[in-house]
Design a protein around this ligand. Structure first.
Ligand SMILES: C[S@@+](CC[C@H](N)C(=O)[O-])C[C@H]1O[C@@H](n2cnc3c(N)ncnc32)[C@H](O)[C@@H]1O
Length: 430
């Protein structure tokens, strides 16, 4: 029997495939055939291979774009080009590239509404906003699509269906490289920063690697250099940015496991819910936090509650007599043992609330997975997100218990947290 053809390997392949799809991945990436040294160019793609708005303007679409009012945005031009070229089939010089692009995407904009409803609240809201934005762009572009009828062999409305447009939008949003360019004639003034880079866009993301990616004006190639090196026959990764997992799901449609930048954000509503409702200075405290940019990016991470979250809580927990010293709290000074204890207790309560929420959502997802087989991949993606968040919350609860014990056991020898301006060691609110 040939290697890789047997039942065991079929099962292994299926498992691998399910595993990838559950995280939102296609299972494809690039492997290095040689070992790569730090600083070495991984890929150098000539300008002629890039698909930019210049490609669109130079194409048969150019004349139609030039005529259309209001001017199409760079994003709309790229999406329109992708749909039109896909429709052109064999006649398109981009056919080999279009054929290897994913047929479907797992960004929240493509998820079924009942799956979106299972996302953490703030992410669900962003997913809905994203969907509305894409829908509006599609609806407001219908006239422009109709103007392209002379180029099409079928009715414009069926070529430029919402489904086709959504596919193109996700292609650009999950695969384009960042390439800042000046305004192009015939296009609106919105930033023109996306370029599709065939082959190069097969590189997957790892938060652990460092790369330099930019268009080299001398060689006129888009180049990616590795900052970390890579061993022979290993997958080559690039870093899409130090993004937390909610952002990776929203923008790229996948949830990595063990993402060091993953975190669970705490909103103002949740903060306030756990504070004494009798505090007369609460509104003033919230305004101080807002004025000093301390109301956003408060998170639980793998290392515990972020320094910003604890600082915000310490300020919110100041007793009436301590309140005039609020500036010292923002500078990282310790005000009192009671204040330390109360803020840690509230952080622990919030952490417990999130933990219960994550566990309940995981149960809900699991029940839905039993009932809705057709949604299994989408549901598994959401399940991965909640599972990762649950792990973070459990790690945070443990750190918090340690801090609470330290306050209890040796109240006076607590180390002060770092001064304001010193970056915390982890979490996405650095
Ligand atoms: C630029 S493409 C990378 C190549 C892609 N895997 C493919 O098959 O074409 C970006 C997409 O790859 C997937 N991806 C990238 N890095 C990933 C990772 N670490 N884990 C899971 N999926 C990943 C996501 O679906 C993302 O939207």
């Amino acid at each position: 029997m040939k290697k890789g053809r047997g039942r065991t390997s079929r099962i292994r392949r299926r498992k691998l495939c399910t595993n990838f799809q559950s995280r939102g991945d296609t299972g494809r990436g690039l492997m290095s055939r040689t070992s790569l040294q730090e600083g070495q160019v991984i890929i150098s793609l000539p300008e002629s291979c890039l698909l930019t708005t210049d490609t669109v303007i130079r194409s048969h679409l150019g004349a139609y774009i030039a005529k259309w009012q209001p001017l199409p945005s760079p994003l709309l031009a790229l999406c329109t080009f992708l749909v039109a070229e896909k429709h052109a089939g064999d006649r398109s010089p981009w056919k080999p590239y279009l054929e290897v692009l994913p047929k479907a995407y797992t960004c929240p904009v493509c998820l079924e509404p009942e799956v979106v409803a299972l996302l953490p609240g703030p992410l669900e809201a962003k997913a809905r906003e994203q969907r509305t934005r894409v829908r509006e762009l599609f609806t407001s572009s219908r006239g422009f699509f109709s103007s392209l009828q002379p180029l099409l062999s079928e009715a414009a409305a069926s070529v430029f269906s919402y489904r086709a447009f959504l596919w193109a939008w996700c292609t650009v949003n999950t695969r384009a490289v960042y390439m800042e360019r000046g305004r192009r004639q015939g296009l609106s003034a919105e930033p023109d920063t996306c370029a599709l880079a065939p082959y190069l866009d097969l590189l997957n993301h790892s938060p652990a690697v460092q790369v330099k990616a930019a268009f080299n004006e001398e060689t006129r190639c888009y180049e990616i250099r590795t900052g970390s090196g890579c061993r022979r026959h290993e997958e080559v990764f690039i870093c899409y940015g130090p993004h937390d997992s909610r952002r990776l799901l929203l923008e790229y449609g996948f949830v990595p496991r063990g993402n060091p930048h993953a975190c669970v954000p705490v909103s103002q509503d949740v903060l306030v819910k756990y504070l004494p409702s009798t505090d007369k200075q609460m509104n003033r405290k919230i305004s101080i936090l807002k004025d000093h940019d301390f109301i956003e990016n408060l998170t639980f991470g793998w290392d515990g509650p972020s320094w910003r979250l604890l600082t915000a809580l310490k300020l919110l927990c100041l007793e009436a007599g301590e309140f005039p010293r609020w500036k010292k709290v923002l500078l990282g000074e310790r005000i009192s043992e009671t204040n330390e204890k109360m803020s840690l207790d509230i952080a622990q309560k919030i952490c417990r609330y999130f933990t219960e929420e994550a566990s309940a959502m995981l149960q809900k997802v699991s029940h839905m997975k039993d009932k809705e087989m057709a949604l299994i991949h989408q549901l598994t993606l959401v399940e991965t997100l909640w599972t990762e968040e649950l792990k973070i919350l459990r790690a945070s609860a443990e750190t918090l218990s340690g801090l609470q014990a330290a306050v209890r056991d040796s109240p006076t020898c607590l180390r002060s947290p770092p001064l304001l301006g010193v970056a915390p060691s982890a979490g996405c609110d650095a």
